[in-house]
Design a protein around this ligand. Structure first.
Ligand SMILES: *[C@@H]1O[C@H](CO)[C@@H](O)[C@H](O)[C@H]1NC(C)=O
Ligand SMILES: *[C@@H]1O[C@H](CO)[C@@H](O)[C@H](O)[C@H]1NC(C)=O
Ligand SMILES: *[C@@H]1O[C@H](CO)[C@@H](O)[C@H](O)[C@H]1NC(C)=O
Ligand SMILES: *[C@@H]1O[C@H](CO)[C@@H](O)[C@H](O)[C@H]1NC(C)=O
Ligand SMILES: [Zn+2]
Length: 615
């Protein structure tokens, strides 16, 4: 009895000491969050100066500032070890400490970290500076990916011209950086181990706070795959009609240069030659936008208007002052890949985008503004929580609005679409167009990280790195390069995010959950009713719905302060990621495609590719 009392008192004393420590820890974290925001702001300014104006001076400055921040983070991680945070009562304090204890690349030694930064700059600037010669005029050699090469890849229907640009680009954006990429993988692995992860794959997956996340993605993908194969088979069938049997084989993988996109990640730019009902109108308002004198500024103003119509936050004056929304014409090199930036002050948020006046860029504008809305919604939180519930959430916000903008209903409302009759055939055309972006993207996104996971985990022999990439692209997407590639080539870094060390599963997650968000937002807006054929999911417009806006506000204002299932629950009451909403959206198309492919005797699936040879 007495012993028990002593034990009890001892526990009490310990608890009291802990309570006292928690009070101190709280104050420590408050100061630390402020200091981190201040330092990250300086770091972000240097990155912005570099990304919008690539030269030796801005690169040097950026790397210096990053090295300084890394040094500070390392000191912090030592300090943090003095706190017994794992035993704290407060879940909030524990969560903040856990997040702060992740060091990332800053865990590397000073020399390794400096080399890492140089390696990354080399890859990023190589990607940003790629220039190729004109196919028809070999004296004109200043064509950049954005806008010249993309213009050809999306519009040309000449297989030889497309093959030429494909090869030029992959040689210069991919193969050229193989040595740097090999070093990058080594340093990535070193950093992961220093953070007590088995590899960089686990570092990336840790962001999703769920041990079974990789398996969940695989399972959802397996559910969607039959629909993907129907789309794939139908596109091959229609491409054969357009290009003939010699260019497109009946049962083989699709030659990727014919798909309207350098990486074959989305195929909507070839909708004009593959859409189900060629005589029915296809929603493409690009020409109308040009005709009506649209400018990048107007496109961003429209995006801002969409958010405010939902009672969400208006873009602050700083956004308009400091963003770059058109490609500068003064000849400087810059990273044109569209991006949204948070400077961790109040209201200093920016976008950098070489905007052109097209329908797909209008969607990109909304995508980037989704990031900005997230930044603004969580800017009241401590620094560690000023990020998405998981990386996929951040990517999904703007896309939900884009889904709405792309509907005939909305495009008519804003005067870009006129006299459009949405009958059953036009509806199938529209769903097919959306599938060319949203369904086609799923296997692409998955392979970007399955590939890098496997390299980080050391599962692929270096002598086979390039063909391992094409094998995954073949297995998951059923596509192949236009020319035979070997291990003398190296193609993965020809995708921006691979050259720039950006995790990609976020986009796969986004493309799945954005349909969960969209479906719920549409129901809240009274725009979708599964029992009412007058209110189908694929023509739902959430513009002007304060109810849908409130759901976004509830989720976005949480930032990363709670695990992502809590954030999802704040939006619509659900707690799991599921492929059900995306399947529901495309159900009418699935039914139509299956019948149509049987009717036309279309082969489903694909035979093995012989377009990569390792020796
Ligand atoms: C680009 O960077 C250079 C070197 O730091 C600087 O002199 C120049 O003013 C910058 N250009 C712009 C437009 O910021
Ligand atoms: C450029 O094209 C011309 C005409 O086709 C050809 O004679 C010449 O050799 C080419 N030059 C290069 C550098 O490829
Ligand atoms: C990794 O684990 C070792 C040994 O358990 C430990 O000393 C070290 O602090 C850990 N590092 C991090 C960054 O958690
Ligand atoms: C708009 O949002 C504000 C702040 O989130 C909220 O207080 C207000 O009730 C909302 N208005 C409507 C009409 O929902
Ligand atoms: Zn994004």
């Amino acid at each position: 009895m007495k012993l028990l009392l002593v034990a009890l008192l001892a526990t009490l004393a310990l608890t009291q000491a802990l309570v006292k420590e928690e009070i101190q820890a709280k104050e420590y974290l408050e100061n630390l969050n402020k200091e981190q925001a201040r330092r990250t702001n300086i770091d972000t300014e240097a990155s912005w100066a570099y990304g919008s104006n690539i030269n030796d001076e801005t690169e040097k400055k950026k790397n210096e500032v990053s090295a300084e921040l890394a040094k500070f983070l390392k000191e912090v991680s030592v300090e943090i070890q003095k706190f017994n945070w794992r035993s704290y009562e407060s879940a909030d304090l524990k969560r903040q400490f856990k997040s702060l204890s992740k060091l990332g690349y800053a865990a590397l030694t000073e020399a390794d970290y400096a080399e890492f930064l140089e390696t990354m700059s080399a890859m990023e600037s190589n990607f940003a500076k790629v220039k190729v010669c004109d196919y028809k005029d070999n004296t004109k050699c200043d064509l950049a990916l954005e806008p010249e090469i993309e213009e050809v890849i999306t519009k040309s229907r000449d297989p030889e011209e497309l093959k030429y640009y494909w090869t030029q680009f992959y040689d210069k954006a991919g193969t050229a950086v193989r040595p740097q990429f090999e070093r990058y993988v080594e340093l990535n692995t070193k950093a992961a181990k220093l953070n007590n992860f088995t590899s960089g794959a686990e570092v990336w997956l840790d962001e999703y706070e769920d041990e079974t996340f990789e398996k969940q993605l695989e399972d959802i993908f397996t559910e969607i795959r039959p629909l993907y194969e129907q789309v794939h088979g139908y596109v091959r069938y229609r491409l054969r009609q357009h290009y003939g049997d010699k260019v497109v084989p009946e049962k083989g993988p699709l030659p990727m240069h014919l798909l309207g996109n350098m990486w074959a990640q989305q195929w909507s730019d070839i909708a004009d030659i593959v859409s189900p009902f060629p005589d029915k109108p296809l929603v493409d308002v690009s020409d109308e936008m040009v005709k009506q004198g649209y400018t990048p500024l107007k496109m961003f103003q429209m995006g801002d208007d969409f958010f405010t119509s939902m009672n969400l936050t208006k873009l602050p004056p700083t956004f308009w002052e400091k963003s770059i929304i058109e490609k500068p014409t003064d000849g400087r090199d810059l990273i044109c890949h569209a991006s949204a930036w948070d400077f961790y002050l109040q209201d200093d948020v920016r976008i950098k985008q070489c905007t052109t006046v097209t329908q797909s860029q209008l969607f990109t504008v909304h995508h980037e503004l989704g990031h900005i809305q997230y930044f603004l919604q969580y800017q009241h939180l401590p620094f560690v929580y000023r990020t998405g519930a998981n990386p996929g959430f951040h990517e999904a916000v703007g896309d939900v609005l884009s889904l709405s903008v792309s509907t005939p209903k909305h495009l008519e409302k804003i005067g870009l679409l006129k006299n459009f009759v949405l009958d059953e055939e036009a509806r199938i055309n529209q769903l097919f167009l959306t599938a060319l972006d949203k369904i086609v993207f799923l296997p692409f996104a998955f392979t970007m990280d399955k590939y890098r996971w496997s390299l980080f985990r050391g599962e692929v022999d270096k002598a086979n790195w390039n063909c391992a990439f094409w094998k995954l692209r073949e297995d998951y997407s059923g596509i192949e390069p236009p020319v035979v590639r070997t291990e003398k080539d190296f193609d993965a870094p020809a995708k921006y995010h691979v050259s720039a060390d950006v995790e990609y599963a976020r986009y796969l997650v986004s493309f799945i959950i954005q349909f969960q968000f969209y479906k719920s937002a549409c129901m809240k807006a009274g725009q979708y009713d599964p029992k009412n054929p007058e209110l189908p999911l694929d023509n739902c417009d959430i513009y002007g719905s304060a109810e849908a806006g409130a759901a976004f506000h509830n989720m976005l204002s949480l930032g990363a302060s709670k695990p992502w299932p809590d954030a999802l629950q704040a939006f619509n009451g659900e707690r799991v990621m599921t492929g059900k909403a995306i399947a529901e959206y495309f159900e009418p198309l699935r039914v139509w495609l299956e019948a149509e492919n049987i009717k036309n005797n279309v082969h489903i699936g694909w035979t093995a590719s012989d377009k990569c040879v390792s020796y």
